[in-house]
Design a protein around this ligand. Structure first.
Ligand SMILES: [Zn+2]
Ligand SMILES: [Zn+2]
Length: 231
């Protein structure tokens, strides 16, 4: 039996990472849960970690030089082991059931932060060609659980990716911004709304920036970003 098999319910289950016994209703054992890479000091704007932050929590150099279209980013984890493996399994190995685990961790993180809530949740859309290939949009699958936990409406129809783009991770840093510029379009449904973009991973932040830009152009009044993990 694969250790990745989803085991819902209230009875003791096996840990999705190490197959040890997990407490009832949990999908990770306490040891694996403690090993999840939490974000320590991070840029309040883009959640870039590792930077030395002053007491004033000033944004990182990148954000000061070229502020993104979103106002802030919340990342539940760093993109490091074992979260990277969970996300890769969701994205590239059809482990759709992991969206629940990741979505619920993100929701729990957001609930603990207690930010004022936005009006709507928008998953980063895939281009139709990639959606056909993968069969599902991982950000949407994660966003379903986040929206449900926070009791927010989920809008996965009114923002679209109109241009197929090379995955950001396959490009050098200096080509990432141009790669996603103009990749998204957003409809009038977002006029006057505060929007939270949901994605699995933020790498450079340019994808979220491009989507936030199109949401603001369509009338959204504020855009923030919620991601499971920040690279
Ligand atoms: Zn474990
Ligand atoms: Zn930053």
């Amino acid at each position: 039996m694969s250790i990745w098999k989803w085991q819902p319910g209230f009875w003791p289950t096996s840990c999705l990472l190490c197959a040890a016994r997990a407490p009832a209703g949990k999908n990770l054992c306490p040891e694996c849960e403690r090993s999840l890479p939490r974000v320590e000091a991070a840029c309040p704007r883009c959640a870039a970690h590792g930077a030395v932050m002053g007491a004033d929590r000033a944004p990182c150099g990148e954000c000061q030089k070229d502020p993104p279209a979103f106002v802030f980013t919340r990342a539940a984890f760093r993109y490091a082991a074992p979260v990277d493996r969970l996300i890769q399994n969701l994205k590239y190995h059809g482990r759709l059931e992991l969206s629940r685990l990741l979505g619920e961790y993100l929701a729990a993180y957001l609930q603990a932060l207690n930010d004022p809530l936005p009006d709507t949740v928008v998953p980063v859309p895939l281009h139709s060609s990639r959606l056909r290939e993968r069969g599902y949009t991982q950000s949407l699958e994660i966003a379903r659980f986040v929206a449900r936990a926070l009791e927010l409406p989920l809008n996965w129809k009114d923002a679209q990716r109109i241009r197929a783009t090379t995955p950001q991770t396959e490009l050098p840093r200096d080509r990432r911004r141009g790669n996603v510029r103009g990749a998204f379009t957003a409809g009038p449904a977002f006029a006057g709304q505060r929007v939270a973009i949901v994605d699995d991973v933020m790498t450079s932040g340019h994808t979220a920036d491009a989507l936030a830009d199109s949401l603001l152009r369509s009338g959204a009044v504020e855009v923030r970003v919620w991601v499971v993990a920040r690279a």
